[in-house]
Design a binder for this molecule. Sequence first.
Ligand code: ATP
Ligand code: MG
Length: 226
Amino acid sequence: MDRAIVWDSVKKSYASPHRITIFSDASIEVLKGEFVGIFGPSGVGKTTMILLTAGILNPDRGKIYVLGRDITEMSRDELALFRRKHIGIVFQFFNLIPMLTVLENVLLPLELNGFSRNEAIRRAKEILSYVGLLRKADMMPSRLSGGEQQRIAIARAVVHNPQIVLADEPTGNLDEENKESIFELFRDLNKEGITIIVATHDVELARRYVHRGYHIRGHKFNPVGV
Ligand SMILES: Nc1ncnc2c1ncn2[C@@H]1O[C@H](COP(=O)(O)OP(=O)(O)OP(=O)(O)O)[C@@H](O)[C@H]1O
Ligand SMILES: [Mg+2]
C-alpha cells in the first residue's frame, strides 16, 4: 500500500536553554488512508512530531518523506507550496485568526491556493455546513464555544482537500461530548480518504477511533495495540 508519511532515523533536539533530545533514530510509517494516533505525556514531543512532519521544523538528521517527497531537501518556498496544497494542520494553540470572521478564516487556505473568490466561498460554505456551523459563518471566532472553534479549525484544515491532516491535541480543553464529536468528525473525514494523524495525550479516547497508535517513548515511536 502507498505510504503517506515515512520518517527514516530522525534525530531532533532543541539547543536552548540546554540541549534536550526529543527524537533519536525515530522511524515511523503511515499509509495513505490511515488514521493514526501519536500519544505520550506532556513534553514528550507530540507537537515536535507534528511540526517536523509538516516541514515547519527541520530534523538534525534523518529523512522525512511526505507523499513520496523528501521534505528535508525542499527549499522553504517549495515546502510552503507543498504544505499548502497537500497538508492541513490543526495547531495546538492559536488556531483561528481572531480579527477574521469564521467564514474568512476558512477561506484563507483557498485564497492562498489561488481559488477564485466565488469558488472559494462555495467550498468554504460547503465545509462549514459539513461541520454543522454554517449558521455561524459571519461571527467572530471569539464568540464561539471551544468545541465550535475547534470544528472551525478542522474545517479550515480540510477545506482545500488536502491528502493529509495533522492535528495537534485537537480536543484539549473540551468537555467529553465535544471531544467525541471532534473524533467523530475526524473519523468521517478519514472515511472520505484523508490520511489523519492526531497527536494527543487523551489515549483512551483516541484509541476508540484510530486504526493504529504509537507512544513516543525513549525518543522513538512504540506501537500500541488499539
Ligand atoms: N523551540 C523550542 N526550544 C527549546 N525547547 C523546546 C522547543 N519546543 C519544544 N521544546 C521542548 O521540547 C519538549 C517537547 O515539546 P513538545 O511541544 O513537542 O511536547 P508535547 O508532547 O507536544 O507536549 P504537550 O502535551 O504539553 O503539548 C518539551 O520539553 C519542550 O519544552
Ligand atoms: Mg504539544
